[in-house]
Design a protein around this ligand. Structure first.
Ligand SMILES: CC(C)(COP(=O)(O)OP(=O)(O)OC[C@H]1O[C@@H](n2cnc3c(N)ncnc32)[C@H](O)[C@@H]1OP(=O)(O)O)[C@@H](O)C(=O)NCCC(=O)NCCS
Length: 153
């Protein structure tokens, strides 16, 4: 059993399903453009992919026996290296657990996991006006100077 208040970051497990889904829903609802999570079948498939030994990675932060944060990522190849890179797809900390270092621990734990998977870089996107996340990100990474373009197909 965890010591009271101790923060543990570990890979997502099958038994985390319902606690994880609360954070997943929170992630999709956060911010000014927040909305609904993906359809149930997509959520189910994503959860299964996290448990498989594939390119989709998920870590959870656990405190006092409950999940308080999640980070999800995807490993993918790139043209310029024989090593993969790691895209940090989602980061979310439950409101009750914020400003206590959980987000930072999740990002740093993802660095360790990505390194163990032979990735040479972790990168991610952020809404330009997410000032809270920017404060964390500026302390754990540097801005690439790239702008993201996209077109829905
Ligand atoms: C962004 C988020 C993950 C940060 O999680 P967190 O656990 O609160 O972050 P941490 O406690 O590890 O903060 C690390 C540092 O970030 C900065 N920071 C975090 N939240 C801040 C806030 N509300 N105001 C000012 N600085 C803040 C601080 O520098 C902090 O270090 P400090 O507490 O030692 O000063 C969390 O606010 C969240 O889940 N937000 C909603 C989802 C989201 O925006 N995800 C990112 C999408 S790109």
């Amino acid at each position: 059993m965890d010591d009271a208040g101790e923060l543990v970051v570990r890979p997502l497990e099958a038994a985390d399903r319902s606690d994880w889904e609360q954070l997943w829903n929170g992630y999709h609802g956060h911010g000014p453009f927040g909305g609904s999570p993906p359809p149930c079948a997509v959520t189910e498939a994503t959860f299964k992919n996290f448990l498989a030994d594939g390119p989709m990675l998920a870590l959870v932060a656990v405190q006092d026996g409950g999940l308080v944060g999640i980070v999800h990522a995807v490993l993918h190849p790139v043209t310029s290296s024989d090593k993969p890179v790691c895209f940090l797809n989602d980061l979310f900390v439950a409101e009750r657990a914020r400003r206590a270092g959980v987000g930072r621990r999740l990002v740093e734990s993802l660095y360790d996991l990505a390194r163990a998977k032979a990735a040479f870089r972790v990168y991610w996107h952020m809404q330009v006006d997410n000032e809270t996340a920017a404060k964390l990100y500026d302390s754990v990474a540097s801005r690439s100077g790239h702008t993201v373009f996209r077109r829905t197909l």
